[in-house]
Design a protein around this ligand. Sequence first.
Ligand SMILES: *Cc1c(COP(=O)(O)O)cnc(C)c1O
Length: 409
Amino acid sequence: MNAPTSHLMKTYNNLPVFFTHGQGVWLWDEQGRKYLDGMAGIAVNTVGHNHPRLVAAVQDQVTKLIHTSNLYKVRYQEILADKLVELSDMDNVFFCNSGLEANEAAIKIARKFGHDKGIALPEIIVYENAFHGRSIATLSATGNVKVQKGFEPLVPGFLRVPLNDIAALEKTVADHPNAVAIFLEAIQGEGGINAARIEYLQAARKLCDQKGMLLMIDEVQCGIGRTGKWFAHQWADIKADVMPLAKGLASGLPIGAVVARGAAAEVFGPGNHGTTFGGNPLVCRAAIETLAIIEGEGLMHNAEKVGHRIRSDLTHALSDVAGVVELRGRGLMIGLELAFPCGELVKQALNSPGEYGLLINVTADCVIRLLPALIMSETEAHLLAGSLAPIVKNFLAQQAHRQNQAQAA
Ligand SMILES: *Cc1c(COP(=O)(O)O)cnc(C)c1O
């Protein structure tokens, strides 16, 4: 059979598999092959595929009202905002449609916060290996030249520092009186599952309090219960001033949100920001249901328990294997760093022989990333780790063999 020409832009190097349906953490493709989903659509399908409560809520809402625009009030926006404010102990919310839009709104809040204080050229402190999205402003904030290359000139006004270096942060703040915000992921996702340390988050909070700066914590990937708390920075017992959310918030319906507190919550007035689709009744309903399912089914506790199971299974299976650098993460946000670039493992796992394929991801070249749905059971976690470990072992044995051959030659 000739492969038909695709009329899609070549923005993705995606794998040649078309999924038709899913159930829980399982997916099926057009040929009827089964896959264990260790990715949940990049931390999006929070409650798994085809969750009966989510499906019922979305079906009900589709028949009632999908969209009316922000020219009118939207009841489900109010309800969802109440819930997000309760969970974060912050003050108010702006709804948009994606992670980059939430971050774009955060950047605008920081800049206007600066202008309102009389700072004409406000600067925002951002991080090496950060990922905040692919709009021109958010790719400028992103700390990965591959994302930026070809799209210069970048947006000015960002100061870059290394993660977890308190002295470097203090020096940057001291040297730049125009710095108005510190903007970081509580756990870097695309950057390779690098957590901001508890002490670091607390130091950043203190510095922001002392200097009247905003602490803006991108929880787009690590938020919504994935690490065992609603928001990953809550492990440090601190509050953000601005918190962008997206990915897992509505279990697959496209929604973004920026939650704000204190002065940051008062920055935007009518006309300062907006979006046509943002916070429509359908996506808000899905988000409300997602949060209710997380609470009702104890999914944050489950994420911690099941994440622990995956990590301990992998540790056990790979403890004496050369080429394993580090296993890290919290809850169901897991990174396994190898000593070699391992992008080829994604395809190997997908096509692994046996009863089912495996959906995993590789980020930052050498880090295998797992982001399963929060409904994953311990049995399924055991299957995931048990299927992944031999693939990793086999790969590392091949790499060692290649190295030996190269040395012998
Ligand atoms: C995915 C991601 C984004 C961008 O979200 P999009 O919905 O793809 O625009 C921003 N920040 C973080 C931390 C992310 O993981």
